[in-house]
Design a protein around this ligand. Sequence first.
Ligand code: R1P
Ligand code: URA
Length: 284
Amino acid sequence: MLNKLAASELVLNEDGSVYHLNLLPEDIAEKIILVGDPDRVAKVSKYFDTVEIRKNKREFYTHTGTLRGERITVMSTGIGTENIDIVMNELDALVNIDLKQKEFKTEHTSLKLFRMGTCGSVNPDVQVDNMLVTQNVVGLDGLMHFYQDYHFENEFSRNFYEKFPYENIKPMLYFSEWSEELGELYKDAKYHGNTATFPGFYAPQGRQLRLKALDDQFLETLNDLGITNFEMETSAIYAFSKLLGHQAITVNNVIANRRRGEFSSDHHASEKNLIEWVLERIIK
Ligand code: R1P
Ligand code: URA
């Protein structure tokens, strides 16, 4: 009994499904597309040959079906790494914890996670309405510092950490990188780059409406440190995948070029293009 997870830790709904995602183990495939926007789920699953599961709770919408004979899931995460904390822990619980016995399984299942999102570019040369694959990521959201064993460094992270000038934010930084194996599937993407994930869309990404951001040179500084683009989920998706033994890759549609002040003239068309491009590559 002592080895079992308490009801307060592994929280389940009345039907035995995980608390926020509202899913049972049989509701998901091992290949999962993660999108931020709940409306994007049906835009993806309309390409499936069959859709057998449609479930939702809060911002978490899930469709599971088959495409060209392969089982596949598409799920919305909503916005932000605090949601990714929930998504990654509950997805992992669905495959690596026996929910009935509330015990860890002895056999590990590794998921393949494909984030398909939108982002803003801080590199002035990156054109909007194109796809950008995240190779390295820096999290400025601080989430992984709540997990005891998380540490990752490579050449990109060492250089970034050493030169990052904002001392008050520095303790929050953490790093990760793509799954190289999944990266092979996306090698013909227009751009590959280094992504910064932020805990907000406005000042954290250097946007100023009525409130001032930290520094007028924020975008230029990050670009000088090697950052290509900004969004709000990839740091945690990549970091949890390393910790929990899953594989992850992000490709984002660049909808804003922040340095040029440009926004996509038809992001619905480039979103459709992205969906078709990803499905073509992840299901052979
Ligand atoms: C902000 O508008 C949202 O868009 C991006 C950001 O990461 C954030 O979630 O991703 P999605 O297009 O997947 O929602
Ligand atoms: N998503 C973001 O988080 N930032 C942008 O600029 C565009 C999409």
